[in-house]
Design a protein around this ligand. Structure first.
Ligand code: PMP
Length: 301
């Protein structure tokens, strides 16, 4: 359940949490015409800091560009609004949701008659998938085809694909769903990117397989290279995951979470050795304990 914070940034003003409301004929509610970001604020020795804020705001702008959604606020204003909100809400650590959607103005598919509503919300949230090793199943739902709706845009409507897959997996008693692209290549999980380790080589599918360009995925690739690990961004088959020494998923909300089994085939270890090393370095990076990654942190101040 959602833990209320004092305020929400709503079209440029801080309003009380319960007053951040929209009309039922909001365009984005009917047609999924919105873009969103999930970002985390971590407790560091110098107080709370936002992890990779600029990268999240850049991806938000890219998503809006792909949808042709007008953005009334630029990245600088959104960054300023984010810090204002965080100072007002006073969290030690939290989850942040930036989103923009076509608001109230007109019904029908034409995008041009509705204004964009922009919101930044923050709340204290534990990982939605937990940190226990996951039992994952391959979904019967395919990842959204890039020529139907671009999965590279982190947009609200396409999340139905993830929601269907997650529900199918949990109904079947699994923790998470793996989605394949139309051609059968491994894409990603419902809200995390996926990695496999075999023979010491770390592999993850490219955006071309219908995966979101995950910021945690990019973080993990950077950390792995810094550890001297060989990394390959390339297409994987589900059998590559069955045959792996270690598999883990990663995302902003989840962090780095080991996979225990895929389609009831147990992995040899969960967490595996590299997963543990990456998780420790990730933890040090997001909390500012590792000086070389402090450039990724924006102090709330
Ligand atoms: N894939 C999907 C479909 C997601 O929703 C997310 C969460 N944003 C991710 C991957 C992981 O992305 P990130 O590391 O940027 O949170």
């Amino acid at each position: 359940s959602l833990i209320e914070a004092p305020t929400i940034w709503f079209d440029g003003a801080l309003v009380p949490w319960q007053q951040a409301r929209v009309h039922v004929l909001t365009h984005g509610l009917h047609y999924g015409t919105g873009v969103l970001e999930g970002t985390r604020v971590f407790a560091t020795a110098d107080g709370p800091a936002v992890f990779r804020l600029d990268d999240h705001l850049r991806r938000l702008a890219r998503s809006a560009h792909m949808l042709r959604l007008p953005m009334p606020y630029g990245a600088e204003e959104l960054a300023k609004g984010t810090l204002e909100l965080l100072r007002a809400n006073g969290h030690r650590s939290c989850y942040l949701r930036h989103f923009a959607f076509l608001g109230y103005g007109a019904m029908g598919l034409d995008m041009r008659s509705s204004p964009t509503t922009t919101v930044i919300a923050s709340w204290e949230w534990d990982s939605p998938v937990g940190s226990e090793a996951l039992r994952v199943m391959t979904s019967s739902w395919r990842r959204t085809d890039p020529n139907a709706v671009p999965p590279a845009a982190k947009a609200t409507g396409p999340y139905l694909n993830s929601v269907l897959a997650r529900r199918e997996a949990t109904d079947a008693g699994f923790d998470e769903a793996l989605l394949l692209a139309a051609d059968g290549a491994v894409s990603e999980c419902s809200s995390e990117n996926i990695f496999a380790v075999r023979g010491g080589v770390l592999r993850t599918p490219p955006a071309g397989a219908g995966a979101l360009e995950g910021i945690t995925q990019d973080t993990v690739l950077t950390l792995a290279r810094d550890l001297g690990v060989e990394v390959q961004v390339e297409n994987l088959l589900r059998s590559d995951l069955y045959a792996a020494d270690e598999v883990f998923v990663c995302g902003t909300a989840a962090g780095i979470v080991p996979v225990r089994s895929l389609d009831n085939r147990e992995l040899p270890s969960a967490p595996g050795d590299l997963t543990v090393r990456l998780r420790e370095l990730y933890e040090a990076a997001v909390t500012g304990a590792e000086a070389r990654y402090r450039g990724w942190l924006t102090p709330v101040g």
